[in-house]
Design a protein around this ligand. Structure first.
Ligand SMILES: *Cc1c(COP(=O)(O)O)cnc(C)c1O
Length: 360
């Protein structure tokens, strides 16, 4: 959507993407790092991100077959892993015919393979449930399945699991999941894939033949309280402008439900972004917004197309000034804390009404 006069943009810094990727990839010289670009590349634009990274990464990861097809149609020829797998026999056939890397995570999908494609020898991912209890096949069942596959098929299998708590560095769960994984895989010696962003950054024992890098690729820290060994640069900067300024007397309120009252003479700036753009309505008073080099607090309810900020303490504020909701100067993980959510959700829910502008 062209909203040039409104100037509400998501600026996407493509070189930062590559810089983040290379630093993280260098942490694991013995692993291949798959760039996870599901959910429209965490809101950054899957096709643009894939085109930019194509020469630098071994493969992409998406959640859905439709996301994989979109990338192929845009000319992306690298392998694409479909992490949620094929949910019907028809999709299963389509995925194998299109040479996607399929995640097998139910015994039914394994049955589709053995009944319809018994001689298939392309790469396949097999997901073991080591305690996330969302997707995947239990370890004992995995053993049964693997003993039935041919040596040639086993050669191409990547045994995979997903962590429930890898962002909690003191939680013993991740270690237990790794142990359970290794217990099974030492029987078969398959290629392996365990680590997400937090796994790559904090759990060296989880590094496998393939790691699956999502959030940190986009420059956001999956463990906001921890310092990282790499310097990540936020790829997305969500930006808007001041479209109105007003002076309030002590005691006056702002916006729907009078959720904020002035305790002193106050200058309120109205910003052209709201919950229909993906800035959540549950933002609390005081949520930080970056204006003219300073942090100013949100004041009053976020509405559909606008939000309001107390800029009394910011100098030289004028109509048309640009405002950063999160990005290079204000980490999305910091903002997420005020919104009772996580960086993942904020990035992925920026709506289509916000034009993405790519800097290469
Ligand atoms: C989304 C996802 C990832 C990437 O996770 P991040 O925490 O964003 O790095 C890895 N593996 C699976 C199965 C996923 O669904």
């Amino acid at each position: 959507m062209k909203n040039h006069s409104r100037k509400t943009y998501s600026l996407i810094n493509l070189p930062a993407l590559l810089c983040n990727y290379n630093q993280i990839d260098n942490l694991t010289p013995n692993s291949k790092t798959i760039a996870v670009i599901k959910a429209n590349a965490y809101g950054h634009g899957a096709v643009e991100v894939a085109q930019y990274l194509s020469k630098h990464v071994p493969a992409f990861g998406v959640a859905l077959i439709d996301e994989a097809i979109e990338l192929r149609e845009a000319g992306i020829t690298l392998p694409i892993l479909i992490m949620e797998g094929a949910l019907s026999r028809e999709d299963f056939s389509t995925a194998l015919q299109q040479n996607f890397w399929l995640m097998l995570h139910t015994t039914q999908q394994v049955e589709w393979l053995t009944s319809s494609f018994p001689n298939y020898v392309g790469k396949l991912w097999l997901k073991m449930d080591t305690g996330m209890n969302r997707l995947g096949i239990k370890p004992d069942e995995i053993k049964n399945i693997l003993t039935k596959l041919t040596a040639q098929q086993l050669e191409e299998i990547v045994l995979c699991t997903h962590f429930s708590s890898s962002d909690e560095l003191n939680n013993p769960k991740t270690q237990l999941q790794i142990q359970e994984f290794d217990r099974i895989n030492q029987i078969f010696g398959l290629k392996k894939s365990l680590a997400n962003s937090a796994g790559i950054l904090h759990w060296p024992e989880s590094h496998g033949d393939y790691n699956r890098l999502g959030l940190a690729l986009y420059g956001s820290n999956p463990t906001p309280v921890e310092k990282l060994a790499v310097t990540l640069t936020p790829v997305m900067t969500l930006q808007s402008t001041i479209i109105s300024l007003r002076q309030l007397s002590e005691g006056e309120s702002v916006g729907y439900g009078e959720m904020w009252q002035a305790k002193r003479p106050t200058i309120i700036a109205t910003i052209a972004i709201g919950y229909a753009d993906g800035y959540p309505r549950n933002a609390k008073n005081g949520t930080p917004v970056f204006i003219n080099g300073n942090i100013a607090p949100l004041a009053g309810r976020v509405s559909m197309d606008m939000l309001t900020v107390d800029v009394t303490d910011i100098s030289d504020v004028k109509l048309g000034d640009s405002v950063e909701l999160w990005g290079e100067n204000l980490a999305v993980e910091t903002v997420a804390e005020y919104l009772d959510t996580v960086n993942y959700e904020l990035l992925t829910r920026v709506s289509n009404r916000v034009t993405r502008i790519y800097r290469s």
